[in-house]
Write a protein that binds this ligand. Structure first.
Ligand code: NAD
Length: 313
């Protein structure tokens, strides 16, 4: 159904997701502000375009994978954006996989509903939009094992599912526009808070004389078991092949965690909900980033370092 796929945002995640689509035989056209990112694709014979508008002109479906809300607004509604005033739109489906706030996802989706299609599809009178952020980092993007949480019309979700499964192993439909983005920031705030909780408990356990590996075994067969205890343990040496056991190299950066926590804090403010744990977790990440002045350190380094520093000043 989607013969021509546009892909905008060829960074750590997007470049790998686009490669998986190409591997699965989709006819992909790409764009990024970074010429070097585009060169990697043009050298493999993939068509590159200079602006988001030019990508939209030649695509049935466009996927965006951008750093933040401002970049998404720029690519959709900016001067060279895909939705230029009074210009009919060619793609009949837009999928934004960036991690952004649900309010912006809903705004872009509403802007899109005002646009008309250049070539009407059988299924939709107006172009459809899905917010489909992902869980899983660069390794999952590379191996095509991401999880997509998807907001938008269910009909569009069903149509997009086979394409999403070229880049991921799970897709979860979360409801109307913005609900994919809402699910993503709620997932990450729960992960950030549980990571801090696991770090604090393991640090206290050490002080009380229990080895972290032993306490982790207890957690993993008891009620404290979670992703931070059984998959991404924050204490060096407890698990193999996790960032904590390679000097916190190459994991989910504290800068990205701070960004996601900030999205959750702002969204909570907008709906008038107090989220004290989220605000505290955000402050801890920001403090750590300032303290270390190194952005690429892993978020479990941040959690473990902060807690163990406060327990062993
Ligand atoms: P990145 O910074 O590596 O890549 C973003 C790309 O977008 C860059 O190549 C940049 O040049 C391009 N870009 C920025 N503005 C643009 C514009 N106006 N037009 C065209 N291209 C533009 O980021 P990433 O790590 O690939 O993350 C992308 C998104 O995925 C973010 O929202 C992030 O929060 C989310 N995410 C990242 C991870 C991860 O582990 N890296 C995991 C899950 C979700």
């Amino acid at each position: 159904q989607f013969e021509k796929v546009g892909f905008i945002g060829l960074g750590n995640m997007g470049s790998r997701m686009a490669q998986n689509l190409i591997k699965d035989g989709f006819n992909v056209t790409v764009h990024d502000l970074d010429q070097n990112a585009m060169k990697i694709f043009s050298e493999k014979g993939i068509v590159t375009k200079d602006t988001p508008f030019e990508v939209a002109e030649t695509s049935d479906l466009v996927i965006t994978m951008l750093p933040s809300s401002t970049h998404v607004l720029d690519v959709y509604t900016g001067p060279n954006g895909m939705l230029q005033n009074d210009s009919p739109v060619r793609p009949f489906l837009f999928i934004d996989s960036s991690t952004i706030d649900p309010q912006t996802s809903r705004r872009v989706s509403a802007t899109l509903s005002d646009c008309s299609l250049k070539e009407k599809s059988d299924s939709w009178e107006v172009p459809a939009m899905l917010d489909a952020p992902v869980s899983g980092g660069v390794l999952a993007a590379e191996s095509g094992t991401l999880t997509f949480m998807v907001g938008g019309s269910e009909e569009a979700y069903v149509a997009a599912k086979p394409l999403l499964l070229s880049m991921g192993k799970n897709t979860i439909y979360c409801g109307g526009a913005g609900n994919g983005s809402a699910a993503k920031i709620c997932n990450n705030l729960a992960m950030a808070v549980s990571m801090l909780g696991v770090s604090e408990a393991l640090a206290l356990g050490q002080k009380l004389g229990i080895a972290s590996s032993t306490l982790t075994k207890v957690f993993n067969s008891s009620s404290a078991r979670c992703w931070s205890s059984d998959t991404y343990n924050p204490v060096p040496g407890v698990m193999d092949a996790v960032p904590a056991s390679r000097n916190y190299d190459g994991g989910f950066a504290s800068k990205l965690m701070a960004k996601d926590l900030h999205l959750a804090v702002s969204s909570a403010k907008e709906v008038g909900l107090e989220c004290p744990l989220t605000s505290h977790a955000e402050k801890m990440h920001l403090f750590y980033i300032r303290l270390k002045r190194v952005y690429s350190l892993d978020m479990c380094d941040c959690a473990w370092d902060q807690i163990s520093l406060s327990l062993h000043p």
